[in-house]
Design a protein around this ligand. Sequence first.
Ligand code: GLU
Length: 551
Amino acid sequence: MPAASADTVVTRFAPSPTGYLHVGGARTALFSWLLARHAGGAGKFLLRIEDTDLARSTEQATLQLLDDLRWLGLHWDNAADLVYQSRRKHVYDAIIESLVQRNLAYRAYETPEELDLLRKAAEREKRQFVYRRRDLSAEQVKQFEGEGRPHVVRFAMPVKEYRFHDEVLGKEIVLGPDEVQDFVIKKADGMPTYHFAVVVDDAEMRVTHILRGQEHTKNTFLHIALQEALGYPRPTYGHLPIIMNLDGSKMGKRDRDKKIRAATQLHLKNTRQSPSDVAAAASVAVSHFEEWLNNASKQLDLPEQSALMHVIGMTESDLPEILVHDFRRNGYFPDALLNFLALLGWSPGGDRERMTMTEMTELFSVAGIGKSNAKFDRAKLLAFNTQHGEATPAPQLVPAFRAYLEVNPDSPLQRASDDQLVKLLEMKKGFRLLREVDEASRFLFVADDQINYDPDAVEKVLRKNDRQGVTVLQELGDVLPNITDWRHETIEKIVQQYCDQKQLGLGKVAQPLRVAISGGTVSPPIFQSLDFLGRESTLARIDRCLGTAVY
Ligand code: GLU
């Protein structure tokens, strides 16, 4: 296979669709994208779906992945012929067969139990277990085949020293001959392993630069050995630093379980319910639930998590976001998230932090990627998001707001027009997350008779102090209908006059109004809310509040 020309930069993102895209994957995709785009016309960013693990890969996860990458704006250049490994079995089969013909690969028949025994024996003798070819006689092979014994195909990895230069770590990584072993390239189910398919496809797609997580560093030796056997060029490799939580633990999907587990334990303690009660309420098998409760390495799947959270009164926003989908659902802007992800390991130099995608593309280099662990600082991400919302004119935020609403189908803001979304964004200027704009504005999009009055708010704002709030609402019910020019400036002027006349502070009037129109004590600025809601609805809600919520 000919090597690509020297100035070409072909990168790829090769996710396994076994779950949703998480921040680690998104960062790998982003760095690979930036490296390709930095090269301009000489760069390409390709996508490949590594779905050879038939039991764990799902079509749903693939679609979700594509959707998450599109939301981030990390578009790939092979949209027309996206590579799915599961559809390329015939290609891998032919190459594996050629390796077998050349005696560079062979069938191996050990059962998992036999392999386990070999591993244990090595452990007892305090030596590292390495699998090397065990010569089988023709009769043995005949017998195994006759029995229909399952087999794998192993690559006979030439025993020697392997080394490659890691562009991120800036040094040679070495594997000594003692650690070399024959690894599986074709599984018992007939599918190629990750190690095999990745090498064939990187070569066929003419990938020149591979950036991926540090968990793959040692895999690279296996890939190099296969490239040598197959006469493929060697791409440039760089392994990205690990992403850590601020408390020093490795960031991962388990962080969600950790939070839910702690809340469940507290719930059990406070309510004195037994684990089996809670498990039953959440429709999770008791034994599975107890195992999870007592073992920090266990995970519940997503539907189990939500059922349990419902039982213990936890909501999604109580959980740390790990998946790109979570960030989108909670109302982060893709630009803010990308800027933040870029800084997980990379720095353009100096203390420059806020950058647009164009600036990051211009400045990106593998040399700027650090060697030490990256820290996932949620407060910083939130600050980036807030700044992005503040610095961008509201009309330009509408597409992001629509993308947020797409994954929050229950929000009544689905009914909002673009102009209305602009108004909401302006009213809540300074918001941190789009979710805050959404939640604070929902009352503006429900029918007047669907407002739920929060009993605490009614008690505190309307009934306390001799029902002062009720009196205010009754009096405003006489004043407000006279306003014909229903704009926030006019409403404010009239309400202010009323306050002066009654010698009441604005707060004493605004809060009862807020409870009457929204049911609670938080809303966007009150006069703008009244303007937005309109005269009819405002009056109807005041009436209804006086009639049904207060007695
Ligand atoms: N499918 C592999 C993963 O998701 C790809 C690793 C690689 O980039 O080679 O980890």
